[in-house]
Design a protein around this ligand. Structure first.
Ligand code: SF4
Length: 458
């Protein structure tokens, strides 16, 4: 584990680089021109698809939440939303379908945030049935869904299995009762133990648990208890995020009393404990916030240098075009990004009218593509192969990235990275500061000195 003094020294707010350029660089694109350009590129460079479906509803609000969600008890809202989704899916499929056998082949499906299990079993079945009707599925397709354990019972797990889901992600955050009260998300440990037992009986391929450190009322000791309880359940993957308190941006966070938050010293100890403990329990450190058991696909792809990063974090499939459906969803197709409208009413009106419900987009320049390759190499492999980059992009790396190399110097001096004429390699300790190192290669972030919209490691 890295010394806490180094984390404090280099811990500046920065992007998580789920894309490059980052989403705050997208420009207005109501016509969806970037998406159309990406799809046109794809027609000559076909890849399997990764589908992301954004289900924005939650029954109640968690105070730490920074997601784009709608908190409501009115489950009728989901009926209208599903109808809108179907329209959007049909509109995008008609663009993707060029009559080639691989146009609509899907390698990965993910239903995500707020709570996809807000949908009833019938609604989920309806959505999956429409996707089955519109897309072709690779036999090895990974189908995952985010689960709010508070909405689940045995019958629901069986239903998810019958719908073809083979991966689950459970929002846990912390098992301590005081913390759960302070974040307005009460889900007792024993109920999650029962859920896990059912999920194991049904043989889901991989189960992920999300945890957060830095929450109100958390202490080093209380969080350590959560770590031991989580590790005892042996989820294949663990995502461990640092809580970023940004109440001016995220309204629910205003209900968190600032005096209840652990300070940077305590957060550092929690992170340190978590890394040491999970590794002692047989987990491998994947990068930034992720751990996986050695037999899990995420650990395997990391070993063979095939780890990938997209809007959902670290991923196993490198060579896919990502198509996002639903309010605020982002697509990444053929060197073009596009993002749907973030406002539910506007998104619904546009999609219901049969139009692409897009708000923003970005067509990558050649320079963006080069820098994306470099940033994703460092984020996913902890390594940049300078010779390969020079050959592929016909550049003199040292000259092209002279500023970035200067920015990396302080990290090099502390042994967090090694720079040679052939490669740049992040040390084991350096992995904990991968974000500020990746920032060195970001062309845009240095044009603007106010990085407060981003979070920090601690
Ligand atoms: S954390 Fe998840 S379940 Fe809680 S309010 Fe946010 S999106 Fe909904």
């Amino acid at each position: 584990m890295i010394a806490s003094s180094l984390i404090k020294q280099f811990d500046v707010p920065g992007p998580r680089y789920t894309s490059y350029p980052t989403a705050d660089r997208f420009y207005p694109d109501k016509e969806g021109l970037a998406l159309q350009k990406g799809i046109e590129y794809r027609s000559h460079h076909p890849k399997a698809l990764s589908l992301y479906i954004h289900i924005p509803f939650c029954d109640s609000v968690c105070y730490y939440c920074g997601c784009n969600k709608v908190v409501t008890k009115n489950h009728g809202m989901a009926v209208d939303y599903l109808q809108t989704l179907v329209k959007e899916i049909d509109a995008v499929v008609s663009l993707l379908d060029h009559g080639n056998v691989n146009d609509l082949k899907v390698a990965q499906l993910h239903l995500g945030v707020g709570s996809p299990t807000f949908l009833s079993d019938e609604q989920l079945a309806e959505l999956i049935s429409h996707l089955n009707y519109r897309f072709d599925w690779l036999e090895s397709c990974e189908k995952s869904i985010e689960i709010d354990p508070r909405t689940m019972n045995k019958e629901r797990f069986i239903h998810l299995k019958q719908l073809g889901f083979n991966r689950l992600s459970l929002g846990i955050q912390d098992f301590d009762p005081d913390v759960q009260l302070a974040i307005h998300r009460v889900q007792p440990y024993q109920s999650v133990v029962s859920m896990m037992r059912i999920a194991r009986e049904l043989s889901f391929d991989s189960i992920n648990m999300d945890l957060i450190y830095g929450l109100p009322k958390q202490t080093k000791d209380s969080f350590f208890r959560t770590l031991t309880e989580v590790a005892a359940l042996r989820p294949e993957r663990i995502a461990l995020y640092g809580y970023a308190h940004l109440p001016e941006r995220f309204k629910p966070q205003r209900r968190i009393a600032i005096e209840d938050l652990p300070d940077a010293e305590q957060k550092c100890a929690m992170l340190e404990n978590a890394v040491d403990y999970f590794m002692a329990q047989g987990y491998e450190y994947i990068g930034m916030d992720h751990f996986a058991l050695p037999h899990d696909e995420l650990a395997r792809v990391k070993k063979v240098g095939q780890l990938h990063r997209n809007f959902q974090g670290y991923h196993t499939l490198k060579d896919c075009d990502l198509v996002g459906f639903g309010v605020s969803a982002i697509s990444d197709i053929g060197n073009c990004y596009s993002q749907n409208l973030k406002n539910l009413t506007e998104y619904s009106a546009q999609a219901a009218a049969g139009k692409l419900p897009i708000e923003k987009g970005l067509v990558l320049t050649d320079e963006d593509i080069l820098r994306r390759e470099v940033i994703m190499s460092i984020m996913c492999q902890g390594k940049i192969n300078i010779i390969e980059i020079e050959k592929r992009f016909l550049i003199d790396f040292k000259e092209h990235f002279s500023q970035a190399l200067i920015r990396l110097k302080p990290f090099e001096r502390e042994g967090l990275v090694t720079i040679s004429p052939e490669s740049i390699e992040v040390s084991e300790e350096g992995w904990f500061l991968i974000r500020p190192m990746a920032m060195a290669f970001d062309q845009y972030i240095w044009q603007d000195t106010d990085h407060r919209r981003f979070s920090k490691v601690l």
